[in-house]
Write a protein that binds this ligand. Structure first.
Ligand code: DX5
Ligand code: ZN
Length: 224
């Protein structure tokens, strides 16, 4: 299993949701060349969120293309059924939503299943979900993904309350020897990135700020 602790932080995870859908391999290589460490792949099923986006085929195609951590963000209603297939497709990190499976026993089971299959596990919460729901899982998680916009589409504005929520998340593991990597997703740009980093975010997901701009590499560096 790729150890997320061996990556240097802070790191950027370019989100392919804003990339050119007809040239995903080139867009993935662009992220790697620019110095990204993660590649964020949003999976949407039209149920958990209204939109549809990438699925298994895209993860399978992209997994061998770069050495980046293939960071699969499942915005789907049934992660229990689907998560394993994403590990088999080559995802080194599979993140699912608390809101899709708000049952403690099932979440523990899915974390274990993904680990046994050889991938890292992340748990994500939407902006209106209390941070405290994460507490029972902190010791088992490799990563926590805080949504700083409502999931479902790119290009939205960063919700300022996310900064306090980052502090709250860190307070969950302040006295523990295990510390999941802290990732933030939504509305990250040159203004919000330093704020998120100051509040302990370690991986910055960025879609519309990076893709579609000729100065991709400069923009990525400006986030750190
Ligand atoms: C939104 C997705 C994000 C999206 C972020 O639901 O989870 O990963 O790509 O887009 P930006 O960076 O444009 O806010
Ligand atoms: Zn995402």
């Amino acid at each position: 299993m790729k150890n997320l602790k061996h990556i240097s932080y802070p790191a950027v995870a370019p989100s392919l949701l804003s990339a050119d859908p007809l040239h995903l391999k080139e867009e993935a290589l662009k992220a790697e060349k620019a110095g990204a460490q993660y590649l964020h792949i949003d999976v949407m099923d039209g149920i958990f969120v209204p939109a549809h986006s990438f699925g298994l085929e895209v993860v399978k195609e992209l997994a061998p293309v770069t050495k980046l951590v293939h960071d699969v963000h499942l915005m789907i209603a049934n992660p229990l059924e689907a998560a394993l297939a994403y590990v088999e497709a080559g995802a080194e990190l599979v993140t699912f939503h608390y809101e899709a499976l708000p049952m403690e026993a099932k979440i523990h089971r899915l974390i274990q299943t993904i680990h046994q299959a050889g991938a890292n596990v992340g748990l994500s919460i939407k902006p209106n979900t209390p941070v405290s729901v994460l507490a029972p899982f902190v010791n088992e998680l490799d990563l926590i993904l805080l949504m700083s916009v409502e999931p479902g589409k790119g290009g939205q504005s960063f919700l300022p309350a996310s900064l306090e929520r980052l502090d709250e998340i860190r307070s969950l593991f302040v006295s523990s020897s295990h510390h999941p990597v802290l990732e933030i997703d939504g509305g990250i740009n040159e203004k919000t990135a330093p704020l998120a980093l100051a509040h302990g975010a370690e991986v910055l997901v960025a879609g519309s700020y990076l893709y579609g701009h000729p100065d991709f590499e400069e923009r990525l560096r400006s986030l750190l």
